[in-house]
Design a protein around this ligand. Structure first.
Ligand code: 13P
Length: 287
């Protein structure tokens, strides 16, 4: 299949009360592992890349490997740009063939965030590309940008409604108490806020900071309106640990073997998450 936009995928997920997993890939192999997991379960999937990854490989290389992998896959695959503050990078990714982008102007005052997001929606609409935007600040470190817990403020429901009103967002990311990276202690999520924001905006909600949340928390967030769940840190750990563990156990210098171990571990962990989020068997779902 050609790469798909995530808007219809997420509307179908919201209506069906499941979530589409959005997994951060870092190279060709991790992309392949993510898509293979989705194929095994007949699930739609979002492959997302950080801005750091885009700068590392270049837009063209990433789009080429996504088109090749998605092109021979029977399941819908979207290519999404995660947390981007730079309009030039967004423009380049849209031109290169990303099917969805996230503008993260959440550190700016409300009006500036809204104005920048509007510009991105206008740019993306012309290209048929979906947009995600953030309100409030999600804690932790993503793409080397740290937000301390003191700074990490939650999204206000009234502001969330005003923000989403005219924007035509495919998915909205309000800060509800999750954080990127590894949690130190049990995260306290504002479920009431999530419920109110999902209900009053009517927009599918993105759950950021997925690594380390319990199965029960995922289920509750999805039941309350989260239709996209982001997992990044867990993929990074699987990527490094599978390679290192294989080498420690075998001490061989045949790179394809630890790469196979890496691919297998990422595929297994992604499949577990897709199943938990209720995405299995939903490849053909339409809103
Ligand atoms: P984690 O790194 O905690 O999985 O969060 C991923 C994320 O939300 C990416 O935007």
């Amino acid at each position: 299949m050609a790469l798909e936009t995530m808007g219809p995928m997420l509307r179908a997920a919201k209506e069906g009360r499941y979530a589409v997993g959005a997994f951060n890939a870092v190279d060709y192999g991790s992309t392949l592992a993510i898509v293979r997991a989705a194929e095994h379960l007949q699930a739609p999937v979002i492959v997302q890349t950080s801005v750091k990854t885009v700068k590392f490989w270049g837009c063209e290389a990433i789009v080429a490997w996504l088109r090749e992998i998605a092109g021979r896959s029977p399941v819908p695959v979207a290519l999404h740009l995660d947390h981007c503050k730079d309009l030039d990078v967004i423009e380049r990714c849209i031109a290169a063939g990303w099917t969805s982008v996230m503008i993260d102007a959440s550190s700016k005052p409300f009006d500036e965030n809204l104005a920048l997001t509007r510009r991105v929606v206008a740019m993306a609409d012309k290209a048929g590309v979906s947009v995600e935007a953030e309100l409030g600040e999600i804690g932790g470190v993503e793409d080397d940008i740290a937000v301390g817990h003191d700074d990490a403020h939650l999204a206000d429901p009234d502001k969330a409604v005003a923000f989403c009103r005219d924007l035509n967002l495919a998915v909205f990311a309000p800060a509800i108490g999750t954080a990127h990276g590894v949690y130190k202690g049990e995260p306290r999520l504002a479920f009431d806020r999530l419920e109110e924001i999902a209900r009053r905006t009517g927009v599918p909600i993105a759950l950021h900071g997925g690594t380390g949340l319990s199965d029960a928390v995922f289920r509750k967030c999805i039941a309350l309106g989260c239709a996209k769940v982001n997992i990044s840190t867990q993929i990074k750990y699987a990527f490094i640990d599978a390679f290192v563990d294989y080498h420690a156990a075998h001490r061989e210098y045949e790179p394809l073997k630890p790469l196979t171990a890496q691919l297998d571990r990422i595929r297994k962990e992604v499949a577990e998450k897709i199943e938990l989020f209720g995405g299995a068997g939903r490849a053909g779902a339409k809103p």
